[in-house]
Design a protein around this ligand. Structure first.
Ligand code: ASP
Length: 448
C-alpha cells in the first residue's frame, strides 16, 4: 500500500490535535484516595501532551542556525563569482519589497471595503479593552525599545560584533546570515584549491543536516498534534472570538487571496509551474507554518521542500529562504494594515489618505522588522499605530484572536518565500523540473 503523503499525515495530526483539545477537557479526572489518581483532561494535555509539541519546535529551531550556516556557505561559495551573487541579491530584495507592498495594499483595500469595525458593539469594545490591556502594554513596551533607537539602528543591528554571541540566540538570524555571506564572499575570492577543504566540510555537514530534517519530519504529525491540542486548550473563550469575527474574516480573506491566488499566479506566470505541483511541493511547509506560527521554526522544512520538491538550486534557495524568513513577511504586513485601520475605526477615528499611505509604508517596514516567531507581528503593529497617531492601547482590541490569525499569516509568509525562491531561480536558469527528476513526495526523501 502506498504510504500517505507527508502533508496528509500532518493534516491528520492537526485534525486529531484539535479534536483532542476540544474533547479531552471534558474528562473530569479520577481519584482513588491517596492510592491512585488521574488528573482532569486539561491538566493531562498541559502535562502530558504539550511537552511533545515543545520538543518538536525545539528540534526545528535547533536545526535552523546550523542549516543556515552550512547551506549558505555552500551556496555562496558555489556561485564562484561575486556578480552572480549580487544578481541573486538584487532580484530577491526587489521581489520581496514588491510582494510586501502588494500585500499591504491588498489589506488596506479589503479593510476599507468590509469595514469590520462596524460590527463591534461598544460593550464588547470596553470588555476587550479591560481584559487585554495588561497583555497589550507588554507588547507596547517591547515595540518601543525598537522604536526609540536611531533611524539607522536596524542596519547597525545586522552587523554582529561577536559571532558566537550571535550564534547563541535564534533571534539573531540576520546577524548570522550577514557573517556567513561575508565568509562565503571570502571563499569566492581566495584560490579555489585553498577554499576547497572549508567548502567540502560545510557541504558534507549540510548533507547531514538535511538528513536530520528528514528524521525530525518523521515526527511532524505527532508534534503538530501536540501543538494543536495545547493551543485549543489554552485559547480564550469562543464568545470573544465571535465578537471579533468580522475583523478575523477580513484578515483571513486577504491572507487566503495571497496564498491561493496571488502566489500561485506569480508562480504560474514566471515559472509555468502548475497550481497542483506548487502546492504539492510546498504543502508540508505550509502546514508546519500553520501549526508552529513561526517562519523561523519552519525554515528547515521550507528549504528542504523548495530544493528537493520544487526544484530550486541550492545556491538560490540557501540565500533567498533564510533572508526571506527573517525579512519577507507579506502575511504580517497585510494583517498589520487591516489591524491598524480596524483599531483606528473602532476608536472612532477615520484615516485620511495620507494616513493610509503611511500605513502602507510603515506596515511594510514593520513586517521587515518583525521577528519570525509567534506574535512578533503584533509587537511591530505598535509602530504602525503610533505612526498614524492611533493610541497603542487599542492593541487590546485584537488580542483575543491574534494567535489563529498568526497561524495563517505565517503560512502566507512562508508561501511568499517559496514563490520568490522559484521566481529568482527561474530568472537565473536555476530552477529544475522536479517531475523529470522523479522526486518523491514522501519522507524520508529517497532521491539523495
Ligand atoms: N509569526 C509570524 C512569522 O513567524 C510573524 C508574525 O506575523 O507574528 O512569520
Amino acid at each position: 500500500m502506498k504510504a500517505l503523503a507527508l502533508h496528509w499525515k500532518i493534516l491528520l495530526g492537526i485534525v486529531v490535535g484539535i479534536l483532542t483539545g476540544l474533547l479531552l477537557p471534558y474528562f473530569p479526572g479520577f481519584s482513588m484516595g491517596n492510592l491512585f489518581s488521574i488528573p482532569d483532561g486539561k491538566t493531562l494535555v498541559i502535562d502530558w501532551i504539550k511537552p511533545f509539541g515543545t520538543i518538536f519546535i525545539n528540534l526545528l529551531k535547533l536545526i535552523a542556525i546550523p542549516l543556515i550556516i552550512t547551506s549558505l556557505i555552500t551556496g555562496v561559495a558555489a556561485l564562484k563569482d561575486i556578480s552572480k551573487f549580487s544578481r541573486i541579491g538584487i532580484r530577491t530584495i526587489g521581489f520581496y519589497v514588491f510582494t510586501t507592498l502588494a500585500a499591504t495594499s491588498l489589506g488596506l483595500f479589503i479593510v476599507n471595503l468590509i469595514k469590520p469595525s462596524r460590527s463591534l458593539s461598544p460593550a464588547t469594545k470596553d470588555e476587550l479593552m479591560a481584559l487585554y490591556s495588561t497583555d497589550a502594554s507588554g507588547k507596547i513596551e517591547a515595540a518601543f525599545e525598537t522604536r526609540d533607537s536611531g533611524p539607522l539602528q536596524p542596519l547597525v543591528d545586522i552587523v554582529p560584533d561577536n559571532i558566537f554571541e550571535a550564534l547563541s540566540q535564534n533571534g539573531n538570524m540576520l546577524q548570522v546570515i550577514f557573517f556567513v555571506i561575508f565568509l562565503g564572499i571570502g571563499l569566492i575570492l581566495i584560490k579555489e584549491e585553498d577554499a576547497k577543504p572549508v567548502v567540502s566540510f560545510f557541504h558534507s555537514l549540510n548533507e547531514v543536516i538535511m538528513k536530520l530534517i528528514d528524521l525530525i519530519m518523521l515526527g511532524a504529525p505527532y508534534g503538530v498534534l501536540a501543538l494543536m491540542a495545547t493551543l485549543v486548550v489554552e485559547s480564550p473563550s469562543v464568545e470573544l472570538f465571535m465578537a471579533l469575527i468580522m475583523y478575523s474574516i477580513t484578515v483571513i480573506l486577504g491572507l487566503l487571496i495571497l496564498i491561493f491566488a496571488f502566489y500561485p499566479a506569480l508562480v504560474k506566470i514566471y515559472t509555468k509551474r502548475s497550481y497542483k505541483s506548487f502546492f504539492q511541493g510546498i504543502a508540508p511547509a505550509q502546514l508546519l507554518a500553520f501549526s508552529t506560527s513561526s517562519s523561523a521554526a519552519t525554515l528547515p522544512v521550507t528549504m528542504e521542500r523548495v530544493q528537493e520538491h520544487l526544484g530550486v538550486d541550492e545556491e538560490v534557495a540557501s540565500f533567498v529562504l533564510p533572508v526571506g524568513a527573517t525579512v519577507n513577511m507579506d502575511g504580517t504586513s497585510l494583517y498589520q494594515a487591516v489591524a491598524a485601520v480596524f483599531i483606528a475605526n473602532t476608536l472612532g477615528m477615520e484615516l485620511t489618505l495620507g494616513q493610509q499611505i503611511t500605513v502602507i509604508l510603515t506596515a511594510t517596514l514593520a513586517s521587515i522588522g518583525s521577528a519570525a516567531v509567534p506574535g512578533a507581528g503584533m509587537v511591530m503593529l505598535v509602530i504602525v499605530l503610533s505612526a498614524i497617531g492611533v493610541p497603542e492601547a487599542g492593541l487590546a482590541l485584537i488580542f483575543a484572536v491574534d494567535r489563529p490569525l498568526d497561524m495563517i499569516r505565517t503560512v502566507a509568509n512562508v508561501t511568499s518565500d517559496a514563490t520568490i525562491a522559484m521566481i529568482v531561480g527561474k530568472s537565473l536558469g536555476m530552477l529544475h523540473d522536479p517531475v523529470e527528476k522523479k522526486w518523491d513526495d514522501n519522507y524520508p526523501a529517497q532521491d539523495k
